[in-house]
Design a protein around this ligand. Structure first.
Ligand code: ADP
Ligand code: MG
Length: 325
């Protein structure tokens, strides 16, 4: 860590505390995430973390935050990233009442959907999409915080309550044991709506209120719209509040039909009725956008590891270099 000079704290999340810093050798400004609440007694433990593994595989996408180094020092794990100016949560709060234009929302969302299409194609889903985990610098937006990311076919039952309630998909709230990458699509529907209105679409105070807020916008699910959800709710003795819902154009007046129809399909009760990220990129809302050919998921950066022999310092560094796995 001595090659970095810390500048100031720039963020704090559930798992990490993030500082900006300067690499004394190169002058590059970076962001260093120090993992909280846990000691890392071995290097294997660090590089086997899904957060580290998924970032090593996907960091080369232009809309995924770049991991520069992984350092374990005195049993503390530090992830060194490219520095980004702010997160989308801060950007939204700073706007006050000055809403983004439709072109700005299109530009932000197109970039995020490209990152998500890539991530899902690589076999991971994020599970904690929210404005604070989307980082912005110079009109470029990047997916960050892979601390909750999972392999799509990991074969393990997924844990519940992983995302912030406002962006949490209903199947997660109803404790579905088999949720999929469609939970990221739900979160993106809510984030896209928030970009238009600068207010969260489903700002629940707790689990029950969250469900109430969802029903009040998209209407109570039926045997027809989401049979699996009705069964899940019955299984846990949960009764949906009865609400008819409203049209998205009432929630977001002066937003185009293309945008509201996309948000409505992303926020479908039934995960199978939500479009995939790859399908969203083809949606009429994005017809004006230029698609950037993503890096091939088969050529992932190879990780090299330098174990510091000075046991007092107990430092290990991982660097990312181009290569084929
Ligand atoms: P946690 O897993 O604890 O939520 P995050 O990775 O989301 O940690 O980081 C917490 C906050 O730190 C983010 O919301 C963001 O504001 C800031 N942050 C994270 N990475 C960077 C970065 N590369 N550049 C600038 N700020 C960052
Ligand atoms: Mg976070």
């Amino acid at each position: 860590m001595e090659k970095y000079m810390l500048i100031k704290k720039v963020g704090e999340g559930t798992f990490g505390s993030v500082c900006s810093a300067i690499n004394k050798q190169t002058g590059e400004v970076v962001a260093i995430k120090q993992m909280k609440n846990k000691r890392y007694h071995s290097w294997e433990e660090c590089i086997n973390l899904t957060e580290v593994q998924s970032l090593i595989k996907m960091s080369k996408h232009p809309n995924i935050v770049k991991l520069r180094e992984v350092i374990r020092e005195h049993d503390i794990l530090y992830l060194v990233f490219e520095y980004m100016e702010c997160n989308l949560y801060e950007l939204i709060r700073k706007r006050g009442r000055r809403v983004f234009s439709e072109d700005e929302v299109r530009n932000w969302c197109f970039q995020v959907f490209q990152a998500l299409a890539y991530m899902h194609q690589c076999g991971y889903f994020h599970r904690d999409l929210k404005p604070a985990n989307l980082l912005v610098s110079n009109n470029v937006i990047k997916l960050a915080d892979f601390g909750s990311a999972r392999k799509i076919n990991s074969g393990q039952p997924f844990t519940q309550n992983i995302t912030t309630p406002w962006y949490r998909a209903p199947e997660v709230m109803l404790k579905s044991p088999t949720y999929t990458s469609a939970i990221d699509m739900w979160a993106m529907g809510a984030i896209m709506a928030e970009l238009f209105t600068l207010r969260p679409l489903f700002p629940g105070l707790n689990g029950a209120d969250q469900m109430y807020k969802i029903c009040s916008v998209i209407g109570t699910p039926t045997d027809n719209s989401w049979p699996h959800g009705i069964r899940l709710a019955r299984g846990m003795n949960y009764q949906f509040p009865y609400l008819p819902g409203v049209h998205m154009s009432i929630v977001m007046p002066s937003v185009s039909d293309d945008a509201t129809s996309l948000i409505r399909s992303l926020c479908s009760w039934d995960p199978f009725k939500r479009p995939t990220a790859a399908q969203v990129l083809q949606h009429p809302f994005f017809h004006k956008c230029y698609y950037v050919i993503p890096p091939s998921p088969r050529t992932t950066p190879a990780a090299y590891c330098q174990q510091n022999t000075n046991t007092n310092k107990n430092t290990a560094v991982i660097g990312i270099q181009a290569g084929i796995c």
